[in-house]
Design a protein. Sequence first.
Length: 128
Amino acid sequence: MSVPRKPPTKLTATVLDAPDPHRLAVFYQQLLGWEITADEPGWVKVNPPGGGTGLSFSEEPLFRRPTWPSAEGAQQMMMHLDVEVEDLAEAEAYALSLGAQPAAFQPQDDTRVFYDPAGHPFCLWVRT
């Protein structure tokens, strides 16, 4: 049996569901220094300056905040974003000023785990 030829593909975005996609897009726009490139009812996209793979935010009225670390019977985290920074303390203070919430459990000295305004976990980390 022959395998069909792989068609051209391009990953354009990771999509995060949220009850308020615009609010979440503005958070990541400010955190990453990216641009809002699409803003429609129920859908917002941010991209890095100069182009490249971005983040999209889709309205999900039944969104439930994930629990991290995972707990039996709770909505588990399905994915998270890792954001490399040069200065962890400076990046942590900035993320907090934007509305990020620190996770109670911090697994490593070179990484800080936060929740974005919708409750998605994300990590700020510094290369050691």
